[in-house]
Design a protein around this ligand. Structure first.
Ligand code: F6R
Length: 641
């Protein structure tokens, strides 16, 4: 890259933004700043006031602070904390309350004085809410104001629980949660209907009063809202955009969360770029979409008028560029995801040999496989490859209680009919445990086991529709999931041992996996890390040298067209199979009356929409028109290492 300073690339940005290698590096930076301030204040005999957030985002930051307390003797005795928010109606000991979260994730592991920690009271009576919020503001003032405020960001653009509509003057108050926010919390609460409708939150104005603000964000799901906050106008429809007013605010992002910023998405618009093959592909596909022309109809003027004149000079003419890009995109398309035997494979994404291939599909949770690559699975099986689908986790946390009760009744009835006291006893025991835990209690081991079995059943019938037999399925039940809950998972060597064993046993020629670029605490991201570390631990034998790794983007997302190295088209019939396969996962259909009313099945709509959109884009670029396309990106383990 030549003659461009960082400010050229960040000219569109209205908030100081740093992109870190990953969430750990960003958290280390913020933890260091917090640690320095605490030490400085401790030495001066003064308190440090921290504003804290909950959710997945700051978990690694808190882990680092705990480490600094234990290993570097960082003392929190003089620290006062104020949390941003709390669900209204939840007692502090509720497993999903933010008070409980803070105790578990930070407070119980450092020497903070309990009386110095403040989280809004979720149980305050309605008529006392106003006074209680005023008192919260007063307590912050009395403590001397917030020195460092930590923020995450919701997909609605909320900071704290300041949902769209909250302006820069708002203070601590009772608010109504946005429906998208409630949907995002549905997993934690085992169903959207259990998510509280209201919360108490510091206001945007309260946040802006902090002397220093760090907003953290990881994973591609946050990318659109980060871009709007950093580069858009200040608006109450994206409350985080008001942080543009703050004189000392820093956004700390990983590459995935930063991926929609102009400097990452369209760098050629803000400075000179090195025209690597990836950059050329990205920019030309972008250009074709922008001017709404197929690749082969782009003109010299189109390139010149859209910041790509230097690329034109480098390549000679639009004609050359168009043909090059058309061929590259065309060669991503294949109906043979395992490679076409006895065919010239010089311009195909996957090798012809060996045939058949040992194909391993890794699905973080049951259903991710059919949802993201049901059509590809169907093809691999039909084309005679040795397919194994490995479900990394049981997915038992996502099974609603009524489904478990239905299974209990079935076991009980069969047991009674056959006078099998063991079955009846088991069913009664689990039923008692379900009754005892109530609506929000944690599932016992027995309940989780039963729920896991329910998902196995759904998975088998879904796989059968894809042409995959039960004997080809592996349920890994990785320990990090079985022993944890959402947002609090921690992978260990035990997880890696399970994965290494599977890889060494199967020695696959190709692996389909997902999770790169996801929120690091999400199940797909943890499973991807387990895979990455396991591959590094495998003996670097022939199989690994020849193994190709194909990443699918999902669940719930698809690669951008320029990122796709293998595009597997689905015929209308295959697409129907896929949708029927998704339908087999009955426990995963929304239980919430509001979503049920709006759409017959969220999953159905989402899967069809994503695969159809990819097909439409290929069509618009001037490539063949298909019903749907599943896209994959090749991942090079060696480069990664
Ligand atoms: C939590 C909070 C929220 C979260 C946001 C992101 O105290 O104030 O604004 O920071 O909803 O949540 P995660 O981190 O779970 O993606």
């Amino acid at each position: 890259m030549s003659h461009a300073s960082i400010s050229d690339y960040t000219q569109a940005e209205r908030i100081s933004t740093t992109i870190y290698a990953d969430a750990d590096e960003a958290c280390a930076h913020v933890a260091k700043a917090i640690g320095c301030l605490i030490r400085e204040r401790n030495a001066a005999g003064k308190p440090t006031v921290l504003g804290l957030a909950t959710g997945s985002t700051p978990v690694r930051l808190y882990r680092e602070l705990i480490r600094m307390h234990r290993e570097d003797r960082l003392s929190f005795l003089n620290v006062i904390t104020f949390n941003l928010d709390e669900y209204y109606g939840l007692p502090g000991d509720h497993p999903e309350s933010y008070r409980r979260f803070m105790q578990d994730q930070l407070f119980d592991h450092v020497d903070l004085k309990p009386e110095n920690t403040h989280v809004p009271d979720g149980l305050v009576a309605r008529e006392e809410v106003y006074a209680s919020c005023q008192a919260y503001e007063e307590a912050i003032r009395e403590a001397g104001g917030i020195d460092i405020q930590i923020l995450g960001i919701g997909r609605t653009g909320h900071i704290g629980f300041n949902e769209p509509g909250s302006d820069a003057t708002t203070r601590t108050r009772l608010v109504t949660l946005d429906s998208l926010t409630r949907r995002d919390a549905a997993r934690d609460f085992l169903g959207e209907e259990n998510v509280p409708r209201h919360a108490i939150t510091m206001g945007v104005g309260t946040i802006l009063d902090a002397r220093k603000v760090y907003l953290l964000a990881w994973g591609e799901a946050k990318a659109p809202v980060i871009m709007q906050s950093v580069e858009g106008v200040q608006t109450d429809s994206i409350p985080a955009s008001f942080l543009q007013q703050h004189s000392d605010c820093e956004f700390c992002l990983d590459a995935a969360a930063a991926s929609h910023l102009t400097r990452a998405r369209y760098p050629w618009l803000v400075g000179p770029v090195e025209w690597s093959p990836e950059m050329v592909r990205k920019s030309v596909v972008w250009l074709a979409r922008k001017v709404e022309k197929p690749l082969l109809k782009l003109t010299d003027e189109d390139y010149a008028e859209n910041g790509m004149a230097d690329l034109l000079t480098e390549k000679g003419s639009a004609y050359n560029l168009n043909i090059e890009l058309f061929n590259i995109t065309q060669h991503t398309i294949t109906g043979w995801p395992g490679g076409k035997p006895h065919a010239d494979d010089s311009s195909r994404p996957e090798r012809a040999n060996p045939f058949p291939k040992r194909s391993l599909v890794l699905s973080p949770e049951p259903m991710d496989d059919v949802f993201c690559l049901g059509g590809t699975l169907h093809r691999l099986a039909n084309q005679g490859h040795e397919v194994t689908v490995a479900y990394a986790t049981s997915g038992n946390l996502a099974v609603p209680d009524p489904d478990a009760r239905r299974a209990i009744e079935l076991i009980m009835e069969i047991g009674q009919e056959r006078s099998n006291q063991d079955d009846v006893g088991f069913a009664r025991e689990v039923e008692t445990q379900l009754d005892a835990k109530g609506q929000f209690g944690e599932d016992t081991k027995d309940i989780r086991h039963l729920k896991g079995l329910i998902r196995r059943g759904e998975t088998r019938s879904s796989a059968r529709l894809m042409g995959i037999e039960s004997s080809q399925l592996r349920f890994l039940d990785l320990p990090f999931y079985e022993e944890g809950r959402y947002r609090r998972f921690k992978r260990t060597e035990a997880d890696i041992a399970v994965m290494v064993k599977l890889l060494e046993e199967l020695k696959p020629h190709q692996i389909f996996a997902t999770g790169l670029g996801h929120d690091p605490l999400s199940v797909p991201a943890i499973c991807f890390e387990v895979l990455r570390e396991s591959l590094q631990q495998c003996v670097w034998g022939d199989w690994l040298k020849q193994c190709r790794i194909w990443l699918y983007r999902g669940p719930g997302a698809e690669w951008d067209t320029h990122e796709i190295d293998m595009a597997v088209p689905l015929s209308p019939d295959e697409f129907d199979y896929k949708i029927r396969g998704i339908y087999q996962h009955q426990t995963q259909r929304s239980q919430s009356p509001s979503t049920l009313r709006k759409s017959a099945s969220d999953s159905w709509n989402l899967a069809s929409q994503l695969n159809r959109t990819t097909a439409e884009i290929y069509d618009a670029l001037g490539l063949p028109e298909y019903e749907a396309i599943e896209g994959f990106k090749q991942w090079n383990l060696k480069e990664d290492a």
